[in-house]
Design a protein around this ligand. Structure first.
Ligand SMILES: Cc1cc2nc3c(=O)[nH]c(=O)nc-3n(C[C@H](O)[C@H](O)[C@H](O)COP(=O)(O)OP(=O)(O)OC[C@H]3O[C@@H](n4cnc5c(N)ncnc54)[C@H](O)[C@@H]3O)c2cc1C
Length: 453
């Protein structure tokens, strides 16, 4: 728990999302204590993203999670839903395509439940809710962290795990173009929601999408998935160019909220708009009924925002470093944002664990060493995944409809190389195992982007 006076902490993590919580757990397993400053009031009420979304968990995310806590892999499959079949559904008649996956490749889980699962291994005193970091000051003595309506604190290391709309990222990249500091809008709208068991909507969703399955309608515009414990998760994604054609007032929402997300609170007419969309795109009757019976308060609508690639994740000369979305926010389309945050967490916890094993109170230079090893190990891989997701997020609209501008990352030679070998890329992305125990080799070896063969 943060003491209410100017206390010097070793490690402060700004942001208690998936990345911040997981790093805290990884550090704990290395015998290192850290405190999380989380801006929201509590897990269930305030984290809009977490409240209405489910996440796809791929093998590389499971590898990172289980390196820190071996039980996590099993528990994920109990709380979440292992997906063994995905069907591209034309609405009437036979499926257009069926993709069967062996168990263990893809698990869908509610975002909040994953946070709760991480919490079950963390001491509650390590998370300080209602602690929103507003500013940091750096001087020769170290770091002072200013928190909204709370006394300031000092720390030896600050990890900015405060998500896509990070306060720490613009500080770290203050000498870089402004467009690299803040998220960029991808020209797409996203509507998501969870359908709790016991409702008529959930019943319809279960008829459309049985347990252990995912369904894609309208060539992937609508996506419906089992996400465990009787819940179903739905998502609609469309480029605003299509929505504009329909003459609807869709495009406003995406740019009008600086964080690109809002819950509709039953006032915005979002349900009417979704039903209108359903008629215009001729969605199957059952899908139309699903949206007609849906509780409007459970609909989240947002624009899709990502980050430009950053050349570094730390503030030169200071012990301030980014992790997760704050470092490499990417399109949610590829389902890799959470996985990258977990991989970051394993690697940063390992290097910090190493310096704490050498000294109870590491000095400035030791922290700098850990930061630079972390950046060296993580930037090549996470940046490539970020670029590929940004590119695929813009490209993956079906039937050539609603063309949008290609992502700026599209022309990067590595992206071009990997785009030509999608299966090899998928393997490289999903079969990666970050290290936990450091050896001399793992420190010196740069896990570089492998050459595509
Ligand atoms: C709709 C959607 C679907 C997605 N689907 C997937 C998926 O299927 N698979 C996948 O792997 N990833 C997915 N992602 C991405 C994934 O959720 C993120 O990459 C992941 O949550 C990143 O974790 P993080 O800890 O870096 O950031 P976050 O989880 O965003 O956590 C940041 C935390 O910082 C807090 N915070 C913000 N500002 C401050 C501040 N100033 N002071 C203190 N605290 C602050 C926030 O309240 C939040 O708790 C999806 C994202 C979205 C939006």
């Amino acid at each position: 728990m943060i003491e209410q006076r100017m206390t010097q902490h070793s490690i402060i993590i700004a942001g208690g999302g998936l990345g911040g919580r997981f790093l805290c757990l990884g550090l704990q397993r290395q015998g290192v204590k850290a405190q999380i400053l989380e801006g929201s009031d509590n897990l269930n009420e305030s984290q809009l993203n977490a409240k209405g979304t489910a996440l796809s968990i791929w093998p590389n995310a499971v590898s990172a999670l289980t390196l820190v806590e071996p039980e996590l892999g099993k528990k994920l499959n109990v709380i979440g839903a292992p997906i063994t079949r995905t069907v591209v559904d034309p609405g009437v008649g036979k499926p257009l395509r069926e993709i069967n996956k062996p168990p263990g490749v893809l698990t869908m889980i509610r975002w909040n439940r994953l946070l709760e699962l991480l919490d079950s291994y963390l001491p509650p005193s390590s998370i300080n809710y209602n602690h929103r970091v507003e500013q940091i000051e750096t001087d020769l003595q170290g770091l002072t962290i200013h928190i909204k309506n709370k006394p300031s604190i000092t720390a030896k290391l600050l990890v900015g795990a405060d998500g896509l709309w990070s306060k720490i990222r613009p500080i770290v990249l203050s000498d870089q173009p402004q467009t690299w500091q803040r998220p960029r809008f991808e020209g797409q709208g996203l509507w998501v929601g969870l359908l709790p068991p016991g409702s008529r909507t959930n019943q319809l969703a279960c008829e459309l999408c049985p347990s252990g399955e995912g369904r894609l309608f309208d060539q992937g515009v609508v996506f419906l998935f089992d996400c465990g414990e009787g819940f179903r998760y739905w998502r609609i994604r469309l480029p605003l160019s299509i929505l504009k054609e329909y003459g609807l007032q869709w495009q406003r929402f995406a740019q009008e909220n600086s964080e690109g997300i809002r819950t509709t609170e039953g006032k915005s007419g979002v349900k009417e708009r979704l039903l209108d969309l359903s008629l215009k795109r001729r969605w199957p009757d059952k899908l139309h009924e699903l949206f007609a019976t849906m509780d409007e308060n459970l609909i989240c609508e947002r624009g899709i925002f990502v980050h430009h690639v950053a050349p570094r994740w730390s503030l030169p000369g200071y012990n301030v470093v980014l992790l997760g979305d704050a470092a490499h926010g990417t399109s949610p389309v590829g389902g890799q944002g959470g996985a990258m945050a977990f991989e970051d967490g394993v690697v940063l916890a390992s290097f910090l664990g190493k310096i704490f094993s050498e000294s109870q109170e590491p000095d400035f230079q030791q922290y700098q060493w850990a930061i630079s090893c972390y950046e060296k190990q993580r930037i090549p891989r996470a940046t490539l995944v970020q670029m590929m997701n940004n590119v695929q997020g813009r490209r993956s609209f079906f039937g050539g409809e609603g063309q949008i501008e290609l992502a700026p990352e599209e022309n990067h030679p590595l992206v071009q190389e990997w785009l030509a070998k999608p299966d090899a890329y998928r393997q490289w992305q999903q079969n990666f195992v970050p290290f936990m125990q450091l050896t001399k080799e793992s420190i010196e070896e740069n896990i570089d982007i492998p050459v595509v063969r």
